[in-house]
Write a protein that binds this ligand. Structure first.
Ligand code: ATP
Length: 577
């Protein structure tokens, strides 16, 4: 909770004013029974109409003051709670940006989405309600009790008979509430995960006629959410009747003994009415308690989940100071030195003792069967993961010593699955270089063989992609992804099987265009035709280097490469037949 409070700090004055205004409302509420007592004892009983009018008028004025305080309080509470939620959400989002890929495994995306949406909203709502009414409720109880003691000590004593029991009961219920609602938020995570997976795979769901199955999967998790929420709320439902029962017993005791004292002339009627009024206000406040405990327990559970993310200090991308000592003569060079790697949380190595070098401007094709480790190898370069052992040198410097920003700026990475963001094509391309000029955008698009297609779109580069925009083909998406990488004029261009959806003609035009690139290129490919055009080929087999050399060398020395070449030749013959 401490961390949550640090996000309220910048708005402490808004919160402070809101609390002051709430105290004004509270004071008016607590003074009212005293005024009623005065009207009864000094006005009605003594038949003094002037006193009734005077205190009646004061009561009206105070009620108006409380109304004004309430309206102004809403403004300050809303500003403090909305700003708090805005800052908290941004802080969470920024923290997530610094996660390593391993930490992402610990926090699945659905859980992060719940934290950034529902969890933030729960805490924001509680902050607003606290400044508005929640803080007031316990104060109404305490204030009413104190005022009751001020009016008549012996009668007020009956109101605290059940206090120790109530305190213990509320403590237990809050603890239960936090545990239950923490489970509920986990259920929300699961519901979000099913929705997310379903929407991402909507075509597959339709193609495999799995709509009904998906609906029943959703129903199962939604049902679990319903069950856990009902269980939590059912438990909380005991709060109100028990509190009201204890309060009503106390009230009966006040009336019973109060009536006796009036008959004996020890107490005035106005005093009894005032105490009953305070007791009713306490009862009214207690009836809000179950609602408050539900909100508070939910918010506490959400706050804990958010703090889990905010307070993480391991599993963040480790950066080093930029010492600017790069050796210009080694620019564009790459060296893997005995690199082995296993994914975190797994036991098996997927890369073993990989060693190879790549000169400036060299084009390296990486081949191997599916699952042989090609994508994994590429992901070590921008340090999405760190090697388990061995070293990787970029521009002659160990990647561990590169400032992350500089290292990634030097790399144009095109992943296996082309991903575009909602927005215009221009925005998607300049995502790779925010200050790119129109000419630079077009140049990259021409090189990636997508310029003509874009020009034929209804609004050219301003055409929107994604939802409410044009639907792009797989090949168009791949070429836009390549253009996005090229626009940075990277030192290293990494293409992870990024041309798989292109036809032969477009692909060979693309390779021709990339021939003039100064960047050192690492190209994962399954095609001998593409590998032939590379300077050297790295052939992987079960995570190990099976062969490394030019096409001619591999044709001579590598049986695996010969097999791949032969099978692709057969395929071409079949295709041409
Ligand atoms: N995030 C991950 N966590 C654990 N294991 C993984 C992860 N990603 C990949 N692997 C495993 O690592 C091995 C190498 O996978 P990788 O994706 O690098 O192969 P690849 O050669 O690129 O395959 P493909 O040609 O099918 O893309 C596979 O056995 C795969 O199951």
């Amino acid at each position: 909770m401490k961390t949550m409070f640090s996000y309220i700090k910048p708005y402490k004055w808004y919160a402070f004013i809101a609390i002051l205004l709430m105290l004004v409302e509270l004071s008016v509420e607590l003074i009212q029974p005293l005024i009623i007592k005065k009207i009864i004892d000094d006005g009605i009983v003594l038949q003094d109409t002037a006193t009734v009018w005077l205190w009646g008028g004061i009561m009206m004025l105070l009620a108006f003051l409380a109304f004004l305080a309430g309206v102004t309080n809403s403004f300050f509470s809303a500003h403090a709670s909305q700003s708090f939620a805005f800052d908290l959400r941004n802080a969470l989002f920024k923290k997530v940006q610094s996660f390593t890929m391993t930490t992402f495994l610990r926090f699945p995306s659905a859980g992060l989405i719940t934290r950034l949406t529902s969890d933030v909203s729960q805490v924001q709502q509680v902050l607003f309600m606290s400044l508005r009414v929640m803080l007031r409720t316990p104060l109404v109880v305490i204030g009413s009790l104190l005022m009751a003691f001020y009016v008549n000590v012996s009668l007020a004593g009956y109101l605290v008979i059940g206090a120790p029991f109530l305190a213990m009961f509320l403590f237990i219920m809050v603890r239960k509430g936090i545990a239950y609602f923490s489970a509920v938020q986990k259920r929300v995570d699961r519901v979000n995960r099913v929705i997310q997976e379903n929407l991402q795979a909507v075509r597959l769901v339709k193609a495999y006629l799995r709509g009904m199955y998906e609906a029943s999967r959703f129903e199962t998790v939604a049902n679990l959410l319903k069950k856990d929420t009902s269980k939590a709320l059912r438990t909380m439902e005991y709060i109100q009747p028990i509190l009201l029962f204890v309060m009503n017993v106390s009230l009966l005791a006040v009336l019973w003994f109060g009536a006796g004292k009036i008959q004996q002339g020890q107490t005035q009627i106005g005093e009894l009415v005032a105490i009953v009024n305070y007791a009713l206000r306490m009862t009214g406040a207690f009836s809000m308690f179950s609602f408050i405990i539900v909100l508070f327990s939910r918010a506490k559970a959400s706050a804990d989940r958010m703090e889990e993310v905010l307070l993480i200090d391991e599993g963040l991308e480790h950066d080093v100071e930029d010492k600017g000592q790069l050796d210009i003569r080694q620019r564009g060079t790459l060296r893997f030195d005995n690199v082995s790697f296993k994914y975190p949380q797994t036991d098996e190595f997927v890369l073993y003792n990989i060693s190879f070098e790549c000169g400036q401007g060299e084009k390296l094709a990486i081949m191997g069967a599916t699952g042989s480790g090609k994508s994994t190898l590429l992901q070590l370069l921008p340090r999405f993961y760190d090697a388990s052992s061995g070293d990787i040198y970029v521009d002659g410097q160990n990647v561990q010593n590169w400032p992350l920003e500089k290292l990634r700026e030097a790399i144009g990475y095109v992943p296996q699955r082309a991903l575009l963001f909602t927005g215009s094509i221009h925005n998607n391309l300049t995502w790779g270089k925010t200050d790119a000029s129109v000419e630079e955008v077009q140049e990259a698009a021409i090189q990636a063989q997508i310029h003509h297609s874009v020009e034929n779109f209804p609004n050219g580069y301003e055409t929107r992609v994604g939802q409410k925009g044009v639907n792009l083909s797989g090949g168009q998406k791949q070429r836009l992804s390549i253009a996005r990488a090229l626009i940075r004029k990277p030192e290293f261009l990494i293409l992870d099987d990024s041309t798989s959806a292109l036809d032969i003609k477009t692909e060979s035009a693309l390779w021709d265009a990339l021939d003039g690139e100064e960047a050192t290129m690492l190209v994962v490919t399954q095609k001998i035709r593409t590998a032939k055009g590379a300077d050297r080929i790295l052939l992987l087999e079960d995570g190990q280097v099976s062969a490394f050399g030019t096409h001619e060398e591999l044709v001579k020395n590598s049986t695996l490469y010969q097999k791949i070449a032969a099978s692709q030749q057969e395929q071409e013959v079949d295709d041409n037949a």
